[in-house]
Write a protein that binds this ligand. Sequence first.
Ligand SMILES: *[C@@H]1O[C@H](CO)[C@@H](O)[C@H](O)[C@H]1NC(C)=O
Ligand SMILES: *[C@@H]1O[C@H](CO)[C@@H](O)[C@H](O)[C@H]1NC(C)=O
Ligand SMILES: *[C@@H]1O[C@H](CO)[C@@H](O)[C@H](O)[C@H]1NC(C)=O
Ligand SMILES: *[C@@H]1O[C@H](CO)[C@@H](O)[C@H](O)[C@H]1NC(C)=O
Ligand SMILES: *[C@@H]1O[C@H](CO)[C@@H](O)[C@H](O)[C@H]1NC(C)=O
Ligand SMILES: *[C@@H]1O[C@H](CO)[C@@H](O)[C@H](O)[C@H]1NC(C)=O
Ligand SMILES: *[C@@H]1O[C@H](CO)[C@@H](O)[C@H](O)[C@H]1NC(C)=O
Ligand SMILES: *[C@@H]1O[C@H](CO)[C@@H](O)[C@H](O)[C@H]1NC(C)=O
Ligand SMILES: *[C@@H]1O[C@H](CO)[C@@H](O)[C@H](O)[C@H]1NC(C)=O
Ligand SMILES: *[C@@H]1O[C@H](CO)[C@@H](O)[C@H](O)[C@H]1NC(C)=O
Ligand SMILES: *[C@@H]1O[C@H](CO)[C@@H](O)[C@H](O)[C@H]1NC(C)=O
Ligand SMILES: *[C@@H]1O[C@H](CO)[C@@H](O)[C@H](O)[C@H]1NC(C)=O
Length: 548
Amino acid sequence: MGFKFHYNQVLCLLFLFLYADFEVNPTVICNPKESLALLQFNNTNAFNLTVSTYPKEVCTPQTLSWVEGTDCCFWKGVTCDNVTGNVIGLDLSSSCLSGTILDNNTLFQLSHLQWHNLDYNFFEVSPMSSVFGLLRDLTHLNLSTSGFSGLVPSEISHLSKLVSLDLSDNLQSRSLRFEPQNFALLVQNLTKLSVFCLTGVDMSLVSPVLLSNLSSSISTLSLDDTTMHGKTPANVFRLPNLHILRLSYNSDLTGFFPQSNWSSPLRLLDLSYTSFKGQIPHSIGNLKFLEGIFLSNCSFTGPIPASFGNLTQLTALCLDENALTGQVPSSISKLEQLTHIQLSWNSLAGQIPNFGNLSKLTFLSLSRNNFSGPLPYHVSRLPYLTDIDLSHNFLSGKVPPELFSLPSLESLVLSDNTFSAPIDQFEPSNSLSDVDLSNNKISGLIPSSMFKLEKLTSLDLSSNNFSGTLQLDILLQPTYLQQISLSYNSLLSLSSNNRVKNTSSILKSFEMSSCNISEFPSNLRTLENLLYLDLSNNNICGRILKSE
Ligand SMILES: *[C@@H]1O[C@H](CO)[C@@H](O)[C@H](O)[C@H]1NC(C)=O
Ligand SMILES: *[C@@H]1O[C@H](CO)[C@@H](O)[C@H](O)[C@H]1NC(C)=O
Ligand SMILES: *[C@@H]1O[C@H](CO)[C@@H](O)[C@H](O)[C@H]1NC(C)=O
Ligand SMILES: *[C@@H]1O[C@H](CO)[C@@H](O)[C@H](O)[C@H]1NC(C)=O
Ligand SMILES: *[C@@H]1O[C@H](CO)[C@@H](O)[C@H](O)[C@H]1NC(C)=O
Ligand SMILES: *[C@@H]1O[C@H](CO)[C@@H](O)[C@H](O)[C@H]1NC(C)=O
Ligand SMILES: *[C@@H]1O[C@H](CO)[C@@H](O)[C@H](O)[C@H]1NC(C)=O
Ligand SMILES: *[C@@H]1O[C@H](CO)[C@@H](O)[C@H](O)[C@H]1NC(C)=O
Ligand SMILES: *[C@@H]1O[C@H](CO)[C@@H](O)[C@H](O)[C@H]1NC(C)=O
Ligand SMILES: *[C@@H]1O[C@H](CO)[C@@H](O)[C@H](O)[C@H]1NC(C)=O
Ligand SMILES: *[C@@H]1O[C@H](CO)[C@@H](O)[C@H](O)[C@H]1NC(C)=O
Ligand SMILES: *[C@@H]1O[C@H](CO)[C@@H](O)[C@H](O)[C@H]1NC(C)=O
């Protein structure tokens, strides 16, 4: 079938204008020409019985209610101007419509249209018609997730009233494409444009230099995954009304942050997976409305500026996979709205700051850095934390036992550090499912409370200095346990109590290589779901008995 669309792929065509409460004046009569255009549109893009088997949540055929000879201003989905009777709005979202939108579609005769919503229908792939340029009154054009393909016509730049233009997320990746000239025309002529979304549109020929000519009214600019490349002018960060800037997933798009005069209303900045580089300037602290900063996998260097401490609205701080150095400034501990801290894969060093006041924090990842010193016990006070990943650092001392009691924690990964002290008994949480303490130097007994973590599915304590003798049946107490690794704990041994059979266990993988086991644990045989067993390099000798 190659590039042909299948009918069961949801093609959506959507023009959207969010209008204030609008009531139709009952004396207004629909313009007869437009009434006819609507009927003809209904006949060419008919409700398709073959797709009517789609669940009701996907579509309900509104056009079934249209009756010839009645005032179209009262038809479902149609809105008329209360003085002229012109059709200014059409909302046929999720109407099970099908067909293609060609140049001669009677839709284009609705010349007064300001908003038009046809999303979640079953249109077939159509070239983006230049006739769109005739709908001069359009203020909001939303063709996101549509079946349109090919060049974005230059006639779009005739729509000088456009406030919002959304061409993003076509089903077929990058089926819409911008020519440099057409983009330049659009940028020059659409002076009222505020929302401009082109996610997934092919802009590989468009130079980012053109972005410096965008209208100063731009508040949302989304150019994710457009294959745009080259150097982005710093002026983009200075658009005076910019609230949302997304340039992510353009791996060859580069540029530097401005040193001054940032766009002060900026709330969301997403440059993830681009090649932006240089230092993050101190002036970033002036963006006092910033709620989310996503710079994952760029090429930023140097320290995290202390001025971040002034971004009190920040909820997400994602600077992972860069080459940041130095200490994490303690001012971060003041950002009480933070829910996500993601700083992994950098070269950050020094101690982990005291995050004890970040009571909304859910996600903390500082893995693969050079953090050292103890893990501040304050972290174990944060009630909404679900994920902690501090692996691959140089953290030492004691793993605070309170971590295992955190009421929301699901994943605790502290592997590849230098923790050494024994772990105390704790009050087991009933949310923790994944515990990885492998590759440390933790000594002493494994606290029995570890096996009272009800939701535990995966436990990795391998490559430590744990000692003592574990009872297999106690080990298998957590009901959800699927894998357990205790390998490379040379002082750890296992005793198997033949009287206890755990037939309800769903354990799939059991590893206890290179420990101090001297006897084959015979009730392992009762584990019906076990797929992987490693008891290599122990001191087991004698025969393994057949099951009774
Ligand atoms: C209805 O959908 C089927 C399946 O894709 C298609 O073959 C047929 O042409 C459609 N009918 C109309 C009127 O669009
Ligand atoms: C149409 O009606 C709305 C709400 O009743 C009103 O705000 C608006 O001014 C009217 N438009 C015209 C052109 O009279
Ligand atoms: C609109 O199309 C539907 C489905 O084809 C049809 O049932 C309905 O009668 C049409 N309405 C008018 C007014 O033609
Ligand atoms: C629109 O054009 C297509 C192909 O050019 C043609 O088959 C169709 O009949 C035309 N529709 C109308 C309503 O004129
Ligand atoms: C366009 O429509 C999609 C789907 O309904 C929606 O998610 C998106 O926010 C709309 N775009 C604009 C700019 O309103
Ligand atoms: C720019 O917009 C004006 C209307 O404001 C229109 O007349 C003109 O043709 C447009 N220019 C281009 C190049 O699209
Ligand atoms: C930007 O606009 C200015 C004047 O408005 C014009 O001189 C310049 O050529 C434009 N730049 C680009 C790259 O189109
Ligand atoms: C920053 O803004 C100030 C005051 O508006 C202005 O004087 C200065 O030239 C601007 N700097 C840059 C680099 O745009
Ligand atoms: C925060 O802002 C104030 C004034 O706006 C400034 O004096 C202070 O240095 C800033 N703090 C940091 C940590 O940048
Ligand atoms: C950044 O992303 C690239 C491509 O996806 C990947 O090859 C690279 O490993 C990532 N960088 C880091 C530090 O993980
Ligand atoms: C981080 O630790 C690694 C491994 O010990 C070392 O090679 C590297 O130089 C350290 N980087 C910094 C910035 O301290
Ligand atoms: C946490 O908040 C309290 C009360 O506002 C304050 O006294 C304390 O210094 C804060 N701790 C940190 C580490 O910011």
